[in-house]
Design a protein around this ligand. Structure first.
Ligand SMILES: Cc1cc2nc3c(=O)[nH]c(=O)nc-3n(C[C@H](O)[C@H](O)[C@H](O)COP(=O)(O)OP(=O)(O)OC[C@H]3O[C@@H](n4cnc5c(N)ncnc54)[C@H](O)[C@@H]3O)c2cc1C
Length: 326
């Protein structure tokens, strides 16, 4: 569906990147032959196909033999997109769930006023707010990295962390949001089914979960400044929240960080992501939001969103929901 495609091909020097335009300069179709369209689980508005290149014209991009390095520049950008898209899906699902729960009356009052449903909605809202905060923070790092060499290592590390974690969270959150609509949520005419089918693709393309976590390990080893910059940012949010300080101290002294191992790479990336989200909410969100996030995500593992355990007794969901309700 694009006007040009970045493609790798073998030269004597090794894998090399080429730009293949859809049309030749004279306007005729380039030698791109679609073998078949893929029948996908979701993401159907975006065609995917098996393709053959026969007498296709292209232009070399980057140095011969440096194709992977060249194409990774693009992948790095699209990873930011695949880290942001799941948050957009989650936000849309939250809006749908909130709207439905405000209109639908069950047991004498709107669902949105039922205490147990308020817990679920507040939990979804927390996850969305944390995801948006992390996306915007990383987008700023990308902007900074254009002119500032020192910002580049963290800009390299950050999308992999966010892409991994947001895509672990989105399918569970979408299922929970779908359930807020009851039976209507499961009906194909409604938007929820489409959102739900869309969710897994962002985890798979542009580097699937394990590959991303291994990439984080490699980046931390190759560019120690990236890890140092992130840890400095996490430390800067310290001293304001007991649960956060305890979780950060435990992480700093853990073997996950001190002696990272391939088999534990998911735990490492998950910890970095959730601590970073918590740090951003402590610094930029109203206190009840940061309190609820830390209480539900940092104490005793990571519940919430995909297996809601709810806010601690006495903690109100009202202030969290007031930020997302019109
Ligand atoms: C809709 C769609 C569109 C796509 N569009 C494009 C496109 O335009 N261009 C393009 O180049 N690609 C595209 N892809 C391909 C996509 O990037 C790959 O499918 C994806 O990166 C996973 O690679 P793979 O399919 O080879 O899986 P594999 O590499 O076989 O991975 C399978 C599983 O093994 C895990 N794994 C792999 N290595 C390790 C390891 N060392 N340790 C532990 N676990 C590991 C992975 O995380 C994954 O869970 C598209 C895919 C989809 C679904």
């Amino acid at each position: 569906m694009s006007d040009a495609f970045l493609t790798l091909a073998q030269l004597d020097e090794g894998l090399t990147c080429f730009v293949i335009p859809r049309r030749r300069e004279d306007g005729s179709h380039n030698g791109l032959q679609l073998q078949r369209l893929k029948d996908k689980c979701g993401n159907r508005a975006n065609a995917s196909s098996e393709v053959m290149l026969i007498d296709a014209q292209g232009q070399r991009l980057g140095e011969p033999g440096r194709g992977i390095t060249t194409i990774i520049e693009m992948v790095h950008q699209t990873r930011l997109d695949a880290a942001t898209a799941p948050v957009a899906l989650m936000r849309q699902a939250l809006v749908e769930a909130l709207h439905h729960c405000q209109q639908r009356h069950a047991f004498g009052q709107p669902l949105a006023r039922q205490p147990l449903m308020q817990q679920v909605l507040a939990d979804l809202a927390l996850e969305v707010e944390a995801g948006i905060a992390l996306c915007l923070r990383i987008a700023r790092q990308f902007d900074d990295a254009v002119a500032d060499d020192e910002a580049r290592p963290l800009a390299r590390l950050a999308p992999a962390i966010a892409k991994y974690w947001h895509n672990r969270r989105s399918p569970g959150l979408l299922a929970e949001a779908m359930e807020c609509l009851g039976g209507n949520g499961y009906i194909e005419e409604h938007l929820m089914a489409r959102l739900y089918r869309e969710a897994p693709v962002n985890a798979i393309w542009e580097g699937s979960g394990n590959v991303l976590c291994l990439d984080v390990l490699r980046t931390l080893a190759r560019y120690p400044q990236a890890g140092e910059a992130l840890m400095a940012e996490l430390s800067a949010a310290g001293g304001q929240h007991h649960e956060y300080d305890t979780a950060l101290a435990a992480f700093e002294h853990s073997r996950l960080l001190q002696e990272p191992e391939e088999a534990q790479a998911r735990q490492l990336v998950q910890s970095l992501a959730v601590l970073w989200q918590a740090a951003l909410l402590i610094q930029h969100a109203p206190q009840p939001v940061a309190d609820a996030f830390c209480a539900t995500r940092l104490s005793g593992g990571i519940p919430g969103a995909s297996g809601v355990s709810g806010l601690p007794r006495g903690m109100s969901s009202a202030q969290i929901l007031s930020r997302v309700l019109p």
